[in-house]
Ligand binder design. Structure first.
Ligand code: KG4
Ligand code: ZN
Length: 391
Protein backbone atom coordinates (compact mmCIF):
# COMPACT_ATOMS: atom_id res chain seq x y z
CA UNK A 1 0.00 0.00 0.00
CA UNK A 2 1.45 3.36 -1.07
CA UNK A 3 0.60 6.20 1.30
CA UNK A 4 1.17 9.88 0.61
CA UNK A 5 1.87 11.71 3.89
CA UNK A 6 1.37 15.45 4.35
CA UNK A 7 2.69 17.47 7.32
CA UNK A 8 2.26 21.22 7.85
CA UNK A 9 1.71 21.66 11.59
CA UNK A 10 4.43 24.25 12.22
CA UNK A 11 7.11 25.70 9.94
CA UNK A 12 7.99 22.80 7.65
CA UNK A 13 5.92 21.94 4.59
CA UNK A 14 6.49 18.23 4.08
CA UNK A 15 5.26 15.39 1.87
CA UNK A 16 6.43 11.78 1.60
CA UNK A 17 5.53 8.55 -0.15
CA UNK A 18 5.92 5.43 2.02
CA UNK A 19 5.20 1.83 1.00
CA UNK A 20 3.52 -0.47 3.58
CA UNK A 21 4.40 1.89 6.42
CA UNK A 22 8.08 0.91 6.23
CA UNK A 23 9.74 1.73 2.93
CA UNK A 24 10.36 5.44 2.45
CA UNK A 25 10.28 6.15 -1.29
CA UNK A 26 10.57 9.91 -0.82
CA UNK A 27 10.64 12.34 2.08
CA UNK A 28 10.58 16.01 1.04
CA UNK A 29 10.79 18.82 3.61
CA UNK A 30 10.66 22.50 2.72
CA UNK A 31 11.94 24.39 5.77
CA UNK A 32 10.90 27.95 6.59
CA UNK A 33 13.81 28.50 9.00
CA UNK A 34 15.30 31.32 6.90
CA UNK A 35 11.96 33.19 6.97
CA UNK A 36 11.49 32.98 10.76
CA UNK A 37 15.15 33.25 11.83
CA UNK A 38 15.18 37.05 11.94
CA UNK A 39 12.26 37.01 14.39
CA UNK A 40 13.90 34.39 16.64
CA UNK A 41 10.79 32.16 16.45
CA UNK A 42 7.95 31.05 14.18
CA UNK A 43 5.57 33.83 13.02
CA UNK A 44 2.24 31.99 12.49
CA UNK A 45 0.89 34.29 9.75
CA UNK A 46 4.08 34.00 7.70
CA UNK A 47 4.12 30.23 8.25
CA UNK A 48 0.63 29.65 6.83
CA UNK A 49 1.30 31.85 3.80
CA UNK A 50 4.48 29.92 3.06
CA UNK A 51 2.66 26.57 3.43
CA UNK A 52 0.12 27.79 0.86
CA UNK A 53 2.94 28.55 -1.56
CA UNK A 54 4.83 25.31 -0.98
CA UNK A 55 2.23 22.59 -0.44
CA UNK A 56 1.64 21.74 -4.10
CA UNK A 57 5.29 21.84 -5.26
CA UNK A 58 6.32 19.75 -2.23
CA UNK A 59 3.65 17.07 -2.90
CA UNK A 60 4.64 16.99 -6.60
CA UNK A 61 8.31 16.68 -5.65
CA UNK A 62 7.54 13.80 -3.26
CA UNK A 63 5.74 11.91 -6.05
CA UNK A 64 8.50 12.67 -8.57
CA UNK A 65 11.27 11.47 -6.24
CA UNK A 66 9.28 8.32 -5.42
CA UNK A 67 8.76 7.83 -9.16
CA UNK A 68 5.04 7.40 -8.71
CA UNK A 69 2.13 9.11 -10.34
CA UNK A 70 -0.13 10.79 -7.81
CA UNK A 71 -3.01 8.57 -8.94
CA UNK A 72 -0.90 5.50 -7.94
CA UNK A 73 -1.12 6.26 -4.22
CA UNK A 74 -3.54 4.04 -2.30
CA UNK A 75 -4.31 6.53 0.46
CA UNK A 76 -3.51 9.94 1.92
CA UNK A 77 -2.49 10.65 5.54
CA UNK A 78 -2.41 14.19 6.89
CA UNK A 79 -1.49 15.79 10.23
CA UNK A 80 -4.71 17.10 11.82
CA UNK A 81 -3.15 18.53 15.04
CA UNK A 82 -1.77 19.72 17.35
CA UNK A 83 0.01 22.76 15.92
CA UNK A 84 -0.53 26.22 14.48
CA UNK A 85 -4.11 26.36 13.27
CA UNK A 86 -3.42 28.29 10.04
CA UNK A 87 -0.51 25.98 9.16
CA UNK A 88 -2.48 22.81 9.91
CA UNK A 89 -5.45 23.97 7.84
CA UNK A 90 -3.35 24.22 4.69
CA UNK A 91 -2.30 20.56 4.92
CA UNK A 92 -5.71 19.28 6.04
CA UNK A 93 -7.66 21.06 3.31
CA UNK A 94 -5.12 20.10 0.65
CA UNK A 95 -5.01 16.44 1.76
CA UNK A 96 -8.77 16.22 1.95
CA UNK A 97 -9.27 17.76 -1.49
CA UNK A 98 -6.60 15.51 -2.99
CA UNK A 99 -8.08 12.33 -1.47
CA UNK A 100 -11.52 13.30 -2.72
CA UNK A 101 -10.32 14.16 -6.22
CA UNK A 102 -8.41 10.86 -6.44
CA UNK A 103 -11.24 8.90 -4.76
CA UNK A 104 -8.71 7.49 -2.26
CA UNK A 105 -9.16 6.94 1.50
CA UNK A 106 -7.90 9.59 3.92
CA UNK A 107 -6.55 9.26 7.47
CA UNK A 108 -5.99 12.06 9.99
CA UNK A 109 -2.84 11.64 12.10
CA UNK A 110 -1.91 13.22 15.42
CA UNK A 111 1.48 14.93 15.04
CA UNK A 112 2.77 13.32 18.26
CA UNK A 113 1.70 9.92 16.99
CA UNK A 114 3.78 10.71 13.91
CA UNK A 115 6.86 11.42 16.04
CA UNK A 116 6.34 8.09 17.86
CA UNK A 117 6.06 6.27 14.53
CA UNK A 118 9.33 7.84 13.38
CA UNK A 119 11.12 5.43 15.76
CA UNK A 120 9.17 2.40 14.51
CA UNK A 121 9.78 3.50 10.91
CA UNK A 122 13.51 3.88 11.52
CA UNK A 123 13.75 0.33 12.86
CA UNK A 124 11.66 -1.07 9.98
CA UNK A 125 13.95 0.69 7.51
CA UNK A 126 16.93 -0.81 9.37
CA UNK A 127 15.41 -4.29 9.07
CA UNK A 128 14.72 -3.83 5.34
CA UNK A 129 18.33 -2.72 4.86
CA UNK A 130 19.63 -5.68 6.93
CA UNK A 131 21.10 -3.42 9.65
CA UNK A 132 18.91 -4.82 12.43
CA UNK A 133 17.24 -8.20 12.80
CA UNK A 134 13.95 -7.11 14.34
CA UNK A 135 11.49 -4.25 14.52
CA UNK A 136 11.57 -2.00 17.60
CA UNK A 137 9.78 -3.88 20.39
CA UNK A 138 6.53 -2.72 21.99
CA UNK A 139 5.35 -1.85 24.59
CA UNK A 140 7.79 1.04 24.98
CA UNK A 141 7.90 4.35 26.77
CA UNK A 142 8.31 7.22 24.29
CA UNK A 143 9.67 10.68 25.00
CA UNK A 144 8.44 13.13 22.35
CA UNK A 145 10.65 16.18 22.76
CA UNK A 146 10.52 19.06 20.31
CA UNK A 147 9.94 22.80 20.01
CA UNK A 148 6.23 22.41 20.78
CA UNK A 149 6.07 19.30 22.94
CA UNK A 150 7.68 17.41 25.78
CA UNK A 151 5.56 14.38 26.66
CA UNK A 152 5.94 10.81 27.81
CA UNK A 153 3.71 8.05 26.46
CA UNK A 154 3.37 4.35 26.99
CA UNK A 155 2.89 2.87 23.52
CA UNK A 156 1.34 -0.55 22.99
CA UNK A 157 0.24 -2.37 19.88
CA UNK A 158 -2.88 -4.46 19.56
CA UNK A 159 -4.28 -6.76 16.91
CA UNK A 160 -7.97 -6.14 17.32
CA UNK A 161 -9.43 -8.47 14.72
CA UNK A 162 -9.01 -11.95 13.36
CA UNK A 163 -6.99 -10.31 10.60
CA UNK A 164 -3.61 -10.38 12.32
CA UNK A 165 -2.09 -8.09 9.75
CA UNK A 166 -4.07 -5.14 11.00
CA UNK A 167 -2.39 -3.45 13.97
CA UNK A 168 -3.67 -0.55 16.02
CA UNK A 169 -1.65 1.42 18.53
CA UNK A 170 -2.70 2.51 21.97
CA UNK A 171 -1.13 5.56 23.63
CA UNK A 172 -1.27 6.36 27.33
CA UNK A 173 0.02 9.76 28.29
CA UNK A 174 2.21 9.45 31.37
CA UNK A 175 3.41 13.03 31.68
CA UNK A 176 3.91 16.28 29.82
CA UNK A 177 5.41 19.72 30.23
CA UNK A 178 3.50 22.18 32.36
CA UNK A 179 5.08 25.21 30.68
CA UNK A 180 7.80 25.43 28.01
CA UNK A 181 8.71 22.54 25.77
CA UNK A 182 12.41 21.58 25.99
CA UNK A 183 13.10 22.78 22.42
CA UNK A 184 11.32 26.05 23.18
CA UNK A 185 13.67 26.57 26.15
CA UNK A 186 16.69 25.94 23.86
CA UNK A 187 15.27 28.43 21.33
CA UNK A 188 14.57 31.11 23.97
CA UNK A 189 17.98 30.82 25.61
CA UNK A 190 19.61 31.09 22.17
CA UNK A 191 17.51 34.18 21.43
CA UNK A 192 18.49 35.79 24.74
CA UNK A 193 22.17 35.18 24.00
CA UNK A 194 21.88 36.19 20.30
CA UNK A 195 23.01 32.78 19.08
CA UNK A 196 20.48 32.44 16.24
CA UNK A 197 17.40 30.36 15.43
CA UNK A 198 16.63 27.52 15.92
CA UNK A 199 18.56 27.45 19.16
CA UNK A 200 18.86 23.70 19.73
CA UNK A 201 21.40 22.82 17.04
CA UNK A 202 23.65 25.82 17.77
CA UNK A 203 23.61 25.26 21.54
CA UNK A 204 24.36 21.58 20.90
CA UNK A 205 27.48 22.57 18.91
CA UNK A 206 28.74 25.41 21.16
CA UNK A 207 28.14 23.55 24.44
CA UNK A 208 31.00 21.21 23.51
CA UNK A 209 33.42 24.07 24.29
CA UNK A 210 31.91 24.93 27.67
CA UNK A 211 32.11 23.43 31.15
CA UNK A 212 28.79 21.79 31.98
CA UNK A 213 29.65 21.88 35.72
CA UNK A 214 30.29 25.63 35.74
CA UNK A 215 26.75 26.66 36.71
CA UNK A 216 24.68 24.49 39.03
CA UNK A 217 21.01 24.86 38.10
CA UNK A 218 20.00 22.18 40.60
CA UNK A 219 17.53 19.42 39.86
CA UNK A 220 14.15 20.37 38.45
CA UNK A 221 11.61 19.53 41.14
CA UNK A 222 7.99 18.67 40.32
CA UNK A 223 5.05 18.58 42.69
CA UNK A 224 2.32 16.09 41.75
CA UNK A 225 3.01 13.83 38.79
CA UNK A 226 6.76 13.08 38.85
CA UNK A 227 6.64 12.32 35.12
CA UNK A 228 5.63 15.88 34.21
CA UNK A 229 8.26 18.38 33.04
CA UNK A 230 8.92 22.08 33.60
CA UNK A 231 11.63 24.06 31.81
CA UNK A 232 10.58 27.65 32.41
CA UNK A 233 12.52 27.73 35.74
CA UNK A 234 15.86 26.82 34.21
CA UNK A 235 15.22 29.21 31.30
CA UNK A 236 14.50 32.04 33.76
CA UNK A 237 17.60 31.11 35.79
CA UNK A 238 19.65 31.65 32.62
CA UNK A 239 17.98 35.04 32.14
CA UNK A 240 18.93 36.09 35.70
CA UNK A 241 22.53 35.02 35.12
CA UNK A 242 22.67 37.24 32.02
CA UNK A 243 20.56 40.33 32.80
CA UNK A 244 22.59 43.30 33.98
CA UNK A 245 25.92 41.45 33.65
CA UNK A 246 28.76 41.59 31.11
CA UNK A 247 27.11 38.58 29.41
CA UNK A 248 24.19 40.83 28.39
CA UNK A 249 26.56 43.37 26.81
CA UNK A 250 28.37 40.57 25.04
CA UNK A 251 25.02 39.27 23.69
CA UNK A 252 24.12 42.76 22.42
CA UNK A 253 27.47 43.02 20.62
CA UNK A 254 26.87 39.63 19.08
CA UNK A 255 23.40 40.71 17.95
CA UNK A 256 24.84 43.80 16.25
CA UNK A 257 27.65 41.78 14.64
CA UNK A 258 25.20 39.14 13.39
CA UNK A 259 23.09 41.82 11.67
CA UNK A 260 26.06 42.64 9.44
CA UNK A 261 26.34 39.04 8.25
CA UNK A 262 24.15 36.91 5.95
CA UNK A 263 25.50 33.68 7.30
CA UNK A 264 27.39 32.89 10.50
CA UNK A 265 29.21 29.57 10.95
CA UNK A 266 29.36 27.88 14.36
CA UNK A 267 33.13 28.43 14.46
CA UNK A 268 32.73 32.18 13.90
CA UNK A 269 29.99 32.28 16.51
CA UNK A 270 32.22 30.49 19.00
CA UNK A 271 34.93 33.12 18.45
CA UNK A 272 32.33 35.73 19.43
CA UNK A 273 31.41 33.93 22.68
CA UNK A 274 33.29 34.34 25.96
CA UNK A 275 34.16 31.25 27.99
CA UNK A 276 31.53 32.34 30.53
CA UNK A 277 28.82 32.26 27.82
CA UNK A 278 29.97 28.83 26.60
CA UNK A 279 29.97 27.55 30.19
CA UNK A 280 26.45 28.88 30.75
CA UNK A 281 25.17 27.21 27.56
CA UNK A 282 26.84 23.90 28.45
CA UNK A 283 25.40 23.96 31.98
CA UNK A 284 21.90 24.83 30.71
CA UNK A 285 21.97 22.00 28.16
CA UNK A 286 23.23 19.54 30.75
CA UNK A 287 20.43 20.48 33.21
CA UNK A 288 17.72 20.00 30.55
CA UNK A 289 19.19 16.76 29.21
CA UNK A 290 19.68 15.32 32.70
CA UNK A 291 16.02 15.97 33.52
CA UNK A 292 14.74 14.48 30.24
CA UNK A 293 16.79 11.31 30.69
CA UNK A 294 15.94 10.88 34.37
CA UNK A 295 12.19 11.21 33.97
CA UNK A 296 12.08 9.00 30.88
CA UNK A 297 14.00 6.21 32.60
CA UNK A 298 11.78 6.61 35.68
CA UNK A 299 8.74 6.21 33.41
CA UNK A 300 10.23 3.04 31.89
CA UNK A 301 10.90 1.64 35.34
CA UNK A 302 7.42 2.34 36.66
CA UNK A 303 5.72 1.14 33.47
CA UNK A 304 7.98 -1.96 33.64
CA UNK A 305 9.20 -1.77 30.07
CA UNK A 306 12.79 -2.15 28.94
CA UNK A 307 12.64 -0.08 25.75
CA UNK A 308 12.46 3.69 25.40
CA UNK A 309 11.91 5.62 22.19
CA UNK A 310 13.13 9.22 21.93
CA UNK A 311 11.79 11.36 19.09
CA UNK A 312 11.16 14.99 18.01
CA UNK A 313 13.65 17.72 17.07
CA UNK A 314 15.48 17.72 20.44
CA UNK A 315 16.18 13.99 19.96
CA UNK A 316 18.91 15.19 17.54
CA UNK A 317 20.83 16.57 20.52
CA UNK A 318 24.19 14.82 20.81
CA UNK A 319 24.44 15.02 24.62
CA UNK A 320 20.89 13.67 24.99
CA UNK A 321 21.71 10.73 22.72
CA UNK A 322 24.99 10.00 24.51
CA UNK A 323 23.43 10.22 27.99
CA UNK A 324 20.50 8.02 27.03
CA UNK A 325 22.78 5.41 25.54
CA UNK A 326 25.11 5.45 28.59
CA UNK A 327 22.53 5.56 31.35
CA UNK A 328 20.12 3.19 29.70
CA UNK A 329 22.90 0.65 29.17
CA UNK A 330 23.76 0.65 32.87
CA UNK A 331 20.06 0.21 33.70
CA UNK A 332 19.47 -2.53 31.13
CA UNK A 333 17.14 -0.38 29.03
CA UNK A 334 17.29 -0.08 25.26
CA UNK A 335 17.08 3.50 23.92
CA UNK A 336 16.06 3.93 20.28
CA UNK A 337 16.16 7.16 18.25
CA UNK A 338 15.21 7.95 14.66
CA UNK A 339 17.95 9.31 12.39
CA UNK A 340 18.05 13.15 12.52
CA UNK A 341 15.96 13.56 9.33
CA UNK A 342 13.13 11.58 10.92
CA UNK A 343 13.47 13.28 14.36
CA UNK A 344 12.52 16.74 13.12
CA UNK A 345 9.17 17.38 11.46
CA UNK A 346 8.67 15.28 8.33
CA UNK A 347 5.86 13.57 6.43
CA UNK A 348 7.33 10.04 6.27
CA UNK A 349 6.39 9.59 9.93
CA UNK A 350 2.85 10.79 9.14
CA UNK A 351 2.54 8.42 6.15
CA UNK A 352 3.79 5.54 8.29
CA UNK A 353 1.37 6.24 11.17
CA UNK A 354 -1.43 6.79 8.63
CA UNK A 355 -0.76 3.45 6.93
CA UNK A 356 -1.89 1.52 10.03
CA UNK A 357 -5.03 3.63 10.31
CA UNK A 358 -5.91 3.15 6.66
CA UNK A 359 -5.29 -0.58 6.98
CA UNK A 360 -7.43 -0.86 10.11
CA UNK A 361 -10.22 1.11 8.42
CA UNK A 362 -9.83 4.13 10.73
CA UNK A 363 -10.71 6.57 7.97
CA UNK A 364 -11.38 10.29 8.16
CA UNK A 365 -14.81 11.28 6.99
CA UNK A 366 -15.67 14.51 5.19
CA UNK A 367 -15.60 16.42 8.49
CA UNK A 368 -11.85 16.10 9.09
CA UNK A 369 -10.56 19.43 10.31
CA UNK A 370 -7.49 20.97 11.97
CA UNK A 371 -7.12 21.09 15.77
CA UNK A 372 -4.61 23.47 17.39
CA UNK A 373 -4.91 21.47 20.63
CA UNK A 374 -5.21 17.74 20.05
CA UNK A 375 -4.20 15.55 23.01
CA UNK A 376 -2.89 12.06 22.36
CA UNK A 377 -3.62 9.30 24.85
CA UNK A 378 -5.66 9.49 28.00
CA UNK A 379 -4.05 10.98 31.10
CA UNK A 380 -2.72 8.36 33.49
CA UNK A 381 -2.98 9.13 37.18
CA UNK A 382 0.49 8.32 38.53
CA UNK A 383 -0.88 7.22 41.90
CA UNK A 384 -3.46 4.93 40.33
CA UNK A 385 -0.64 3.51 38.28
CA UNK A 386 1.34 2.89 41.43
CA UNK A 387 4.08 5.27 40.32
CA UNK A 388 5.90 6.32 43.47
CA UNK A 389 6.46 10.05 44.04
CA UNK A 390 10.00 11.31 43.47
CA UNK A 391 11.44 14.46 44.91
O1 KG4 B 1 10.21 18.30 15.92
P1 KG4 B 1 10.57 19.68 15.46
O2 KG4 B 1 11.19 19.81 14.09
O3 KG4 B 1 9.34 20.63 15.48
C1 KG4 B 1 8.36 20.64 16.47
O4 KG4 B 1 7.45 19.78 16.42
O5 KG4 B 1 8.52 21.50 17.37
O6 KG4 B 1 11.56 20.29 16.59
C2 KG4 B 1 12.15 21.55 16.48
C3 KG4 B 1 12.86 21.85 17.78
C4 KG4 B 1 13.43 23.26 17.91
O7 KG4 B 1 13.07 23.79 19.17
C5 KG4 B 1 14.94 23.04 17.83
O8 KG4 B 1 15.68 24.02 18.55
C6 KG4 B 1 15.07 21.68 18.45
O9 KG4 B 1 13.97 20.95 17.96
N1 KG4 B 1 16.33 21.01 18.05
C7 KG4 B 1 17.33 20.71 18.93
C8 KG4 B 1 18.37 20.14 18.17
N2 KG4 B 1 17.98 20.11 16.86
C9 KG4 B 1 16.71 20.63 16.82
N3 KG4 B 1 17.41 20.89 20.26
C10 KG4 B 1 18.56 20.49 20.88
N4 KG4 B 1 19.61 19.97 20.21
C11 KG4 B 1 19.57 19.77 18.88
N5 KG4 B 1 20.61 19.23 18.23
ZN1 ZN C 1 7.15 17.98 15.66
Amino acid sequence: MLVLGIESSCDETAAAVVRNGEEVLSNVVSSQVAIHAKYGGVVPELASREHLRKIEPVVNEACARAQVNISDVDGVAVTEGPGLIGSLLVGVVYGQALARALAKPLAGVNHLEGHIHAVLLESKMGRLAGRVAEDAPLPAVTLVVSGGHTSLFLVEEMRPSADLRSVVFNYKRLGQTRDDAAGEAFDKVAKLLALGYPGGPVIDQLARYGDAQAVDFGRIKMKGNPLDFSFSGVKTAVLYRVRGTPLALEAEERRTWRRTRDHVSNDELREHCSQATLDLIASFQSAVVHDLVERTLAAAETARVDTVFVSGGVACNSLLRARFLDTSRTQGIRALFPSPGLCTDNAAMIASAGYYKLKAGQLADGTLTAHAAFPLGEKQDSEQQGLGARD
